[in-house]
Design a binder for this molecule. Structure first.
Ligand code: TYD
Ligand code: MG
Length: 457
């Protein structure tokens, strides 16, 4: 335990802002009621990690042009969806944070990664501070058989972990989870901001110094009771968030920061009885169960990274029984839908003022891309007029306040995806027609305004 005078420090649980007194609002991230008191000793306020011995005694600058990158520096995880989000595999010596709500499948995913890596002959160390060896074995049995390259350690003390990593020299280490790790030189409880930050600093040194790739699991809770992994976001090389509806079986892995690749990529997984399975064709998955000949339903195309994804939008417009009409959205921006309703009232003269309107993105996914505007508008009008939209039609386009349909990016990829999944007609912004004239086998209609689009219904 560290020596020195004990003082109370207040940390913001959301961003790690440090203050000597309690504050209602964090000056750093503007969140309310996030300060929590932690007792630290005066010596450790200088940062425990900063006082550690450097791992390499002799640091030498190198000529940049002489550093070569080999393909072998990236280790493939054997899970294509994860490799893409990581930017082509695990980079040697990288520190990756995997965040997400409890129970979303972080441990399962990383255990599967460990199995694949061990099978491919890499030495892997899985460190769990949450579950016992038996519990992990039960989970591992659901996933499959493991080779002898996979080592397991149930430990929370950082000193022990550091010693074992140095001795065993694994290629990849998984820390499950950072909130359970305990650094002796910090007096605050595990899971507190100072513990989480110091532990991460130690793993950062290990990763860079020894060249091991480390995955850190971090829990996020809405109440912020456990120190949010937001504190560590700027320390690590990549931050992946695992999200998804608890009740739906699919999970989405999203990169929010990546020093080695693009951050727009997503990976789609499905939770099954034997672990997570990659969803190769998310569009097909999202459209399964789409009603036929129902009013208020249309398919749109949203870009998730470099990949187009077809999604069904549903709208329900009905006469309101109360004075003020009710508007509700699930999976998309509420204000955007209100704006589109106002555009429809003004530009098409629809009397939506006395109607309740509900808009739902089917499948529980969340999309805020403006390219789905035209689809939302068409779904609302279709439900209002109680006229169903052609089953094999998709709509792409952003809608402006004067009712114009504006251009969207990567129109070719979107139309190709629609064609691939058997759609026969496609409504796109008129300004984009030029770029898709080579695509044959699907009827493409360009529209200038929402009014033009509604005439197609
Ligand atoms: P877990 O990986 O423990 O979540 P986290 O580490 O993010 O807290 O996942 C737990 C959930 O996944 C749990 O509700 C059970 C479910 N699950 C399956 O459906 N199939 C499986 O093969 C496994 C291992 C877990
Ligand atoms: Mg877990």
């Amino acid at each position: 335990m560290a020596k020195g005078k004990m003082v109370a420090v207040f940390y913001c649980q959301s961003c790690g802002y440090e203050s000597s007194k309690w504050m209602g609002q964090c000056p750093g991230c503007r969140q309310w009621n996030t300060f929590v008191e932690e007792t630290v000793s005066t010596t450790e306020m200088k940062s425990a990690a900063g006082m550690r011995k450097p791992i390499k005694e002799k640091a030498q600058p190198r000529v940049l042009s002489e550093i070569t990158i080999k393909d072998e520096d990236k280790i493939l995880t054997g899970i294509g969806e994860l490799d893409r989000v990581l930017g082509g595999g695990i980079v040697q010596g990288s520190l990756t944070l995997v965040g997400g709500d409890p129970g979303i499948g972080k441990s399962t995913l990383l255990l599967q990664v460990c199995r694949n890596l061990a099978d491919a002959g890499h030495k892997v160390l899985y460190i769990s501070g949450e579950e016992s060896g038996t519990q992990i074995k039960i989970r591992a049995d659901r996933i499959g058989s493991f080779s002898n390259n996979m080592l397991l350690l149930c430990e929370t003390s950082l000193d022990t972990i550091e010693e074992i990593i140095r001795r065993q020299k694994p290629e990849v280490v998984v820390i499950d989870s950072i909130q359970t790790m305990y650094n002796d030189s910090v007096s605050a409880a595990p899971g507190s901001v100072s513990q989480v930050r110091e532990s991460t600093a130690v793993f950062l040194q290990l990763a860079k110094g020894l060249g091991v790739s480390i995955f850190i699991v971090g829990h996020v809770t809405k109440e912020g009771t456990v120190a949010g992994p937001r504190v560590l976001e700027h320390m690590v090389d990549a931050v992946l968030y695992f999200e998804g509806d608890r009740h739906a079986s699919y999970r989405i892995l999203r990169g929010v920061k990546n020093r080695f690749g693009s951050t727009n990529e997503i990976g789609v997984f499905e939770m099954e009885a034997a672990g997570l399975k990659e969803v190769m064709n998310p569009s097909e998955f999202m459209l399964s169960g789409k009603p036929e000949e129902a009013s208020g339903s249309i398919v749109v195309c949203s870009m998730e990274g470099t990949r187009p994804m077809l999604i069904e939008i549903q709208a329900l417009v009905c006469h309101t029984s109360f004075g003020i009409p009710r508007r509700q959205t699930i999976g998309t921006d509420f204000n955007r839908v209100n704006l589109l309703i106002a555009v429809l009232e003004k530009r098409l003269g629809l009397t939506l003022g006395n109607c309740d309107a509900y808009v739902n993105i089917a499948g529980g996914i969340r999309i805020t891309e403006p390219a789905i505007d035209l689809g939302i508008a068409m779904a609302i009008v279709s439900s209002f007029k109680n006229k169903s939209i052609d089953n094999k039609m998709i709509a792409i386009g952003e809608v402006g306040l004067s009712g114009e349909v504006r251009a969207v990016s990567q129109i070719q990829a979107r139309v190709q995806e629609a064609k691939k999944l058997g759609f026969t007609s496609c409504v796109i912004p008129a300004v984009c027609l030029e770029s898709v004239k080579e695509i044959k086998g699907i009827k493409i209609t360009g529209v200038k305004t929402v009014k033009d689009a509604m005439n197609l219904l």
